[in-house]
Every structure is written in C-alpha cells, then in structure tokens.
Ligand binder design. Structure first.
Ligand SMILES: [Zn+2]
Length: 171
C-alpha cells in the first residue's frame, strides 16, 4: 500500500469540465438573478472588458488576451451576441487557454471543430443558461415558449433552443 497516489496533485486542466468551470465562477460571483451578467463576473475576476467596433474597424466578435487580462467584444453586434461573446472569452480565461485567436462567428458555431472553441462555447452556455436555472424555469410552467425563455436569460433564440435540446428538456 502506497500513499504516493494521494500526494500527487491532479492535473488541473484535465480535472474540470467547461460546465464545471462555469458553475465554479457562478458560485463565486453570481447573485442568482437572471439574466446572468457576464461582464460583472469578468470584472470580479479582475479582467478588463473593452468594447470595440463603434469607432474603429473591428471585424471579429471578440478575443481574450491572457497576458493583459483583457477581453475585447465587438459592440456593433447584437446585445445577445455580445453577451455570448463575452461569456465565450471568459471561458478561454477560466479554462486556462492561452490568448484566443480572434473569434469570428465560426468559432461560436456548435459545428466548430476546434476543441478549445467547443469548450469555450460549452462554458458560455452553462454561464448564461445554468442547467439548474433552465430546468427550474421550464418546469415552473410559467414560460410557454422558447422566446420567453430566451428573453429571461437574455440570449438568442437559437442559443436557447440549442441549450434546451442539449439538456433534454421540452418546452
Ligand atoms: Zn474562442
């Protein structure tokens, strides 16, 4: 019998799933109110959020600059998209990724092949639409359509539909 196995630290990156990383930040910084405000969580983690695009050319949705603890968000895109972008970039931070390549809409697609982008999207989905909160609202019966749920979480209808299907819920 050896105790060596207990002394060895767990590899951190492998130990935590994107959803668990999101729940950890929610537990730390979220007051339980909907919609979740990703900017508040980013700021509470000591990150800066800057919006680009209104006065300068910026052809991306957003990016995360690790060394500067900085997230850029394209403010010309619709608010629900900006919220998802911010949550996605926060995912790159929380999952310990290096500087994200500048993200375009392709990275936010569920079909993206890059595992880091998929992980950041899974993180963003759990951050903005926590599984527990989605289940609670759906089961309350007070929300008759995906549209109403999307409004409660302040996400796009597409993101909400995808999330509900992923969680195996019916509206
Ligand atoms: Zn990304």
């Amino acid at each position: 019998m050896t105790t060596e196995a207990y002394a060895r630290p767990l590899p951190q990156s492998a130990a935590i799933t994107p959803a668990a990383a999101a729940r950890r930040l929610l537990a730390k910084h979220w007051d339980g109110r909907l919609p979740v405000v990703p900017e508040q969580i980013a700021t509470a983690e000591g990150l800066r959020v800057e919006r680009l695009g209104l006065f300068e050319d910026y052809e991306f949705s957003g990016e995360f600059l690790k060394s500067q603890r900085l997230i850029y968000v394209n403010e010309r895109e619709p608010m629900v998209r900006q919220r998802f972008t911010l949550a996605h970039e926060l995912g790159h931070y929380a999952l310990g990724h290096e500087n994200s390549p500048r993200d375009t809409s392709a990275e936010f697609s569920s079909r993206t092949g890059d595992p880091k982008e998929r992980a950041a999207n899974q993180f963003a989905a759990e951050l903005l639409m926590p599984a527990e909160a989605v289940a609670k609202l759906v089961q309350s019966g007070r929300f008759g359509s995906v549209d109403e749920l999307a409004k409660a979480f302040n996400v796009s209808k597409v993101a909400m539909t995808y999330r509900i299907n992923n969680l195996g819920l019916l509206v």
